[in-house]
Design a protein around this ligand. Sequence first.
Ligand SMILES: Cc1cc2nc3c(=O)[nH]c(=O)nc-3n(C[C@H](O)[C@H](O)[C@H](O)COP(=O)(O)OP(=O)(O)OC[C@H]3O[C@@H](n4cnc5c(N)ncnc54)[C@H](O)[C@@H]3O)c2cc1C
Length: 419
Amino acid sequence: MITLNMEEKKTPKKALILGGGFAGVYSFLSLNKEFKAEELEITLVNQNNYFLFSPLLHEAATGGIGTHQPVESLREIIHRRPGSNFHVGTVKEIDLARQVVKTTVGELAYDILIIALGARTAFYNIPGAQEYSLMLKDLADAVKLRNHLLNTFEKAAEEKDIAKRRELLTISVIGGGPTGVELAAEIAELVLTTIRRYYSHMGPCDVTINLLSKSSELIQQFKPRSRQFALRSLEKLGVKVMTDAVVVRVEKNKIILARGDEIHSNTVIWVAGVKAQSITTTPVLPYDVNHRIQTDQFLLVDGYNNVFALGDIASTAGESLPMLAQVAVEQGREMGRLARASLTHQPTSPFIYKSKGELVSLGQWRATGNVHGLHINGMFTWLLWRAVYWSKFISGTKQLKIALDWLIYFFHPRDISKT
Ligand SMILES: Cc1cc2nc3c(=O)[nH]c(=O)nc-3n(C[C@H](O)[C@H](O)[C@H](O)COP(=O)(O)OP(=O)(O)OC[C@H]3O[C@@H](n4cnc5c(N)ncnc54)[C@H](O)[C@@H]3O)c2cc1C
């Protein structure tokens, strides 16, 4: 016997998340927790099929972990919620009047839109910067950089002329922020462990690692004690730190500074900053001076009650919050509550960002920073740094894989096979 359910079925509202980075994925998890499948259908669009864990890119680029480790499958994450959708596609345009988003996989309609498209590398119109530098923003950049470094070691090993070999082994990292500092330290570790171990006729003295900062100190956003600790640690690792080094042009194998110096460098890595992604919208969205989408304290884009923006792409309530995973995660975690308030027109409390602190790693066993205002550095800080980031991975399987990789590299040298 067939029983007919005469009760009218309600159509769920549609939430569309643009971007599967920290802000997008944590928004998805929060909406999933807050809404039943009958209430809300969630769709996420991202240009790659993975969630990229950027804070570990420098380790992937230097063989500290496998190159596949800083990513998690987005389809696997989205699959957790029955009835949710995931598309690998590029967002082309948002039509706010029609409530649709044009993507490379077609038009997607929404009741609630969450814009979380992140940021991209900023070159500040410096001639040659984009053309002649390697970068570290996506997984492909990390793979390219790793292969380039390993290729360079092999070429240098064949070079009999010591001066030419040393020229080949000059590596310059441009950017004195946390990414530049972490990367320079990891490259130094790679050089120390690899060259000493495997290349009998070359030594670390053949390698020059320059770290260029346009400011008078490294990691300006950190407290003075952390800045000094970072500087001392890098110098111990053999990194040549150049401060007040304002780059005005990059040429093939050459960096030109405002003060007139020319630095000859076979490898130039540009990690000097990022800027918010730009997207075409009709009508044009409100932007702040840094071209980040302006939102209120409920993460709603100014002038809209169903369009949210968060993470690196947004500025919140007149404040340009730091472009950090920590901010994107905190904002994403609030999306369920904020979306419910928007859909039901009920009042809710605003989003308030409270920084828990900042940490920067300085190669194996060293890190510095502050936690809840307390300055810390050394081995314990490094372990804490790892534990904090490890806890931000989404799946238990990935956490296990990362932990195993870290464990293996405690006891074994880095993997130097090209990928
Ligand atoms: C090398 C590196 C190291 C970092 N280290 C740290 C750290 O140690 N601690 C920390 O707190 N922060 C760190 N950050 C910053 C942190 O990664 C970002 O603040 C964070 O990722 C921002 O999250 P988001 O979701 O806004 O952007 P993202 O995580 O960048 O996500 C944006 C997503 O949108 C996708 N996307 C972009 N454009 C389109 C489009 N047109 N169509 C479809 N998809 C699109 C991207 O592929 C990406 O998946 C680091 C960043 C880098 C690059």
